[in-house]
Design a protein around this ligand. Structure first.
Ligand code: HEM
Length: 551
């Protein structure tokens, strides 16, 4: 019997085969498409018109609202927000290889070219090479060599505060505004991070000049300009980092239209930002390269790279230059934010400040400043720093990761390509872990064993904040050990030196501190810190004052 296959039959068979192949390829989606709860959004476009990532405090309160993991969609992009430490640990730490990548960010990473820096470099050989380079200087052991540099900077910090915020001559008509400390934080910490990454200038004899001396490397003036330019570049980075912040993030082919086309003003902005970023990367590097070529080494990240790679290829040089810039931009604003938060917490919690100061008096005394080796004997001071990092985390939503494979967690499906946001702020306010999570209470971090420095204060739960404020997995902050010792030194030295109080516009000390704490405003975006407030600094004793004056 002859079998006659008609065109219609062939079409049906072809379509069936294609359909089955499609179902097979997407079998995970068909068997387990359960997504976690989250804002529903609109059909097809999802939350495109009300992007939760663009809110002032993104994903705040989502743990209570949606549970440990939440989901929303921006057009075709699935976004998962991890609201508990357990979930983040399960996915980003335990399955680190699958979440080592960053999501595509057309404006920030590709057009401005932040993907040449570490934070947005795609997972792979280049990112691994970058991390290896920075780890050689920023690993826990390697950072110990930088402790003396950090101690010197903490000392410069409190003495500069003295000259700028306490001792300004009022007879010259210069009264204190109360805001000066903010500029001191920016300058001293900015300079310190530049110093650690690029090293100070070297002074050499120069016969051809009348003065006979010449500065080689990054001069103080260069550093000041660098800090200013880096601030601008980083502000734009933070703006462009918000997922789908620019139209080109939604419709990537727009990048191929000429700059003069209406609605593509982003192209001009990207071109200028890219040029500035390249200058920001190459200018300090070239200066330091000159110094190193003249045989004038300093202790710095770039110097260290040249010691381990004495004959760098052009590719090595590119890696050194871009990792150096990444470490500066990654390390300065974050440390500055942490110190602003410490001022804020101390100025509104005089009782906690006084406990830290009595511990400092007992262990360090008033004849010298704290050193990093004092840390094990100063549990309350350490608990104070931890509590600042917990309640007002510097990077409340870290930097998004990207799922490189289909995955399931609990009963939920995470498709390959999804954006994963670690909601660090929610993790650090989880009531299952932190009792009364919205209260500022350093005691929660005190050790329960050992002799307490304050007999009537015993540790409650002995929590360990660990690396949580610094992110996860393959992308965990490579500067966290440097930041950990640096923030501790700045805060302990500040509390050792001054009584810190918040003041109102008329200069009087704030009375209703609880109301100020409740109504405080914080920056929006990737880095969190309290918005400008005024403080009054009073040296803690005449012994301390004389040390600050003469240091
Ligand atoms: C209080 C200070 C700091 C905090 C809270 C902080 C926090 C973070 C966080 C949350 C991330 C993202 C992690 C993730 O994606 O899971 C990160 C990444 C990064 N941080 Fe830090 N950081 C601090 C200081 C520093 C310092 C001092 C440096 C360098 C000297 C640095 C360099 C970097 C770099 C290069 C990245 C990108 C890592 C990558 O994508 O592989 N940070 N940091």
């Amino acid at each position: 019997m002859a079998i006659i296959i008609t065109l219609a039959d062939a079409t049906v068979v072809t379509l069936t085969v294609l359909f089955l192949a499609f179902v097979y390829q997407n079998r995970r989606k068909f068997t387990s498409t359960k997504y976690p709860p989250g804002p529903p959004g609109l059909p097809l476009v999802g939350c495109a018109f009300e992007n939760p990532s663009s809110e002032k405090q993104p994903y705040k309160g989502w743990r209570e609202l949606y549970g440990p993991i939440s989901h929303f969609r921006l057009l075709t992009q699935d976004v998962f927000v991890l609201n508990t430490h357990r979930l983040a640990y399960e996915l980003l730490d335990k399955r680190a290889n699958t979440y080592a990548d960053r999501p595509r960010q057309v404006m920030c990473a590709e057009l401005i070219s932040w993907n040449r820096a570490i934070a947005l470099a795609p997972a792979g050989t280049r990112h691994r090479k970058y991390r290896k380079l920075v780890n050689s200087v920023l690993s826990p052991n390697a950072t110990k060599r930088l402790w003396p540099v950090q101690e010197k900077s903490a000392s410069a910090f409190v003495t500069t505060l003295f000259h700028q915020c306490v001792d300004k001559p009022s007879d010259a008509g210069q009264s204190h505004s109360g805001y000066e400390f903010l500029e001191v934080i920016r300058q001293v910490i900015g300079m310190h991070v530049v110093d650690i990454i690029y090293g100070p200038e070297s002074i050499v004899e120069d016969e051809s000049r009348g003065s006979g001396r010449q500065a080689v490397g990054l001069s103080k003036q260069n550093m000041e300009k660098y800090i200013h330019d880096a601030d601008e570049a980083h502000a734009l980075f933070a703006k462009a980092l918000v997922p789908f912040a620019y139209i080109v993030d939604w419709i990537p082919w727009l990048q191929f239209l000429p700059e003069s086309t209406p609605f593509v003003s982003f192209k001009k902005e990207a071109r200028q930002a890219r040029e500035n970023l390249v200058k920001l990367t190459m200018f300090p590097y070239t200066k330091v390269r000159e110094r190193i070529a003249m045989g004038l080494p300093q202790i710095s990240y770039v110097d260290h790279c040249f010691t381990t790679t004495p004959d760098p290829t052009p590719e090595d040089e590119e890696s050194i230059a871009w990792t150096a810039m990444s470490a500066y931009t990654g390390g300065s604003d974050t440390t500055i934010a942490a110190i602003k938060t410490a001022f804020f917490a101390a100025s509104l919690h005089p009782e906690a400040q006084a406990l830290a100061q009595s511990e400092l008096d007992q262990i360090v005394g008033q004849e010298r400043m704290p050193e990093i080796n004092d840390r094990p004997n100063l549990p309350y001071v350490t608990a104070f720093v931890n509590e600042c990092m917990r309640l007002i985390p510097v990077a409340p939503v870290a930097i998004p990761h990207r799922a490189m494979e289909d995955e399931t967690i609990d009963e939920y499906f995470i498709p390959k390509g999804a954006t994963i946001i670690p909601n660090i702020r929610e993790m650090l306010r989880d009531p299952d872990i932190y009792e009364s999570p919205l209260s500022f209470d350093p005691v929660r971090f005190l050790p329960t064993t050992g002799t307490p420095t304050h007999p009537d204060i015993k540790g409650r739960t002995e929590l360990n904040i660990g690396s949580l404020p610094y992110g996860f997995g393959r992308r965990i902050c490579p500067g966290m050990h440097l930041a950990d010792s640096g923030v501790w030194l700045y805060v302990s030295t500040l509390l050792w030196a001054y009584h810190v109080s918040m003041v109102d516009d008329d200069g009087s000390i704030v009375k209703d501190r609880a109301a100020k704490w409740e109504s405080a405003q914080f920056s929006s975006g990737a880095i969190q810190y309290p918005l400008p407030f005024k403080v009054k600094l009073v040296p803690r004793s005449s012994a301390v004052e004389s040390l600050l004056r003469n240091a």
